[in-house]
Design a protein around this ligand. Structure first.
Ligand SMILES: NC(=O)c1ccc[n+]([C@@H]2O[C@H](COP(=O)([O-])OP(=O)(O)OC[C@H]3O[C@@H](n4cnc5c(N)ncnc54)[C@H](OP(=O)(O)O)[C@@H]3O)[C@@H](O)[C@H]2O)c1
Length: 309
């Protein structure tokens, strides 16, 4: 059996529990593709899982290799896979992607446009698809006013841009440090959440897309117009609260295949219609630093781990 390197942890804990070590190289099952990983996104969910915060409702088998989105080149294809062959460059969603090699279902991969680097393509795999699904769920029409909570974040940066693609009037909240950044993404109005509470600045909105949760989510119901819609990716949708406010709430649709969405995101990014927000890159052995940065809960876009061979 061939060995390769991956980041693993054997117990929940602080960033130091993650070790870069030799592991058996995964093999693709039928319908799967083995990818030589070149870049992988670091999600808030990764450090929340590592810290053990999610262990009661989303336990992972230990030792666990983190990572859900990536870009790289096809090493091997499993049985019944068509459309991908060794050497193709791809991006998408997989599991255990903090590694030199990872497997993913072919249905969650797409070909990487040549115009995109691996580090630009990797965050489209889950971050991009989530932003896409959130904007789809909001069913935004041209001219509708949408508030994006967390416009500077990994998902929020893409939601702002995708909502602008639909000709919505985009209002986004951010810290003072990121006001210019979010404006440059194309937001029509940027609300500094330190300067004033957003609910003092906006009302009667068609939609809210929340990427922050907690108190920000709770205060968001009241800024919608009657019949408006709230999408949150940071909590479970709560129908009872929505009904009490006379608004609708939607979660993200479950997808059988994400290839078509990935292709559209790839085309938009390759043509320059959207920018992929990469906050910072880290070599794989600096994974603890990448988690610490993500754990601040602040920043501009997605942190990305780069895998050098
Ligand atoms: N499929 C899914 O359901 C899915 C997928 C991905 C992520 N998520 C979840 O969605 C959430 C966001 O993910 P992410 O990857 O976008 O996180 P992220 O990259 O860490 O970004 C979070 C952003 O929130 C902003 N923020 C913090 N406090 C704020 C406040 N009070 N008001 C407005 N903005 C605030 C920060 O911007 P500033 O620096 O300007 O404060 C930061 O950039 C997480 O809970 C994650 O677990 C769900």
């Amino acid at each position: 059996m061939q060995n390769t390197k991956a980041v693993r942890y054997y117990e929940y804990g602080d960033p130091s529990v993650m070790k870069l070590e030799e592991v058996p190289r995964p093999r693709p099952k039928p319908g799967e593709v083995l990818v030589r990983v070149r870049a992988t996104g670091v999600h808030p969910m990764d450090w929340k899982t590592r810290a053990g915060y999610l262990k009661d409702f989303m336990p992972v088998e230990l030792p666990h290799v983190p990572g859900w989105e990536f870009a790289g080149s096809v090493e091997e294809v499993g049985e019944a896979v068509s459309g991908f062959k060794p050497g193709d460059t791809v991006f998408g969603r997989g599991s255990g992607t903090y590694a030199e090699y990872a497997v993913a279902p072919a249905a969650t991969l797409a070909h990487k446009p040549d115009a995109l680097s691996f580090e630009q393509a990797a965050p489209l795999g889950l971050t991009g698809v989530t932003a896409w699904q959130a904007v789809e769920a909001a069913e935004l029409q041209p001219g509708q006013r949408v508030l994006v909570q967390g416009g500077a974040g990994g998902v929020g940066s893409l939601v702002v841009q995708l909502a602008r693609q639909r000709h919505a009037h985009v209002i986004a909240t951010t810290s003072p440090e990121n006001v210019d950044y979010v404006r440059a993404l194309g937001a029509d109005e940027v609300l500094d959440y330190i300067a004033a509470p957003f609910e003092k600045r906006v009302a009667g909105l068609d939609a809210v897309i929340d990427t922050v949760g907690g108190d920000v989510l709770e205060r968001s119901w009241g800024v919608l117009k009657t019949g408006g819609v709230l999408i949150t990716i940071a909590a479970m949708p709560d129908q009872a609260i929505a009904e009490a406010h006379g608004v609708r709430v939607r979660g993200l649709a479950q997808l059988e295949s994400t290839t078509r969405i990935l292709e559209q995101l790839g085309d938009l990014a390759a043509s320059g219609a959207i920018n992929v927000p990469v906050a910072a890159t880290f070599p794989l052995h600096k994974v603890a630093e990448a988690h610490a940065a993500s754990q601040t809960g602040h920043g501009r876009g997605r942190r990305v781990l780069i895998i050098e061979f």
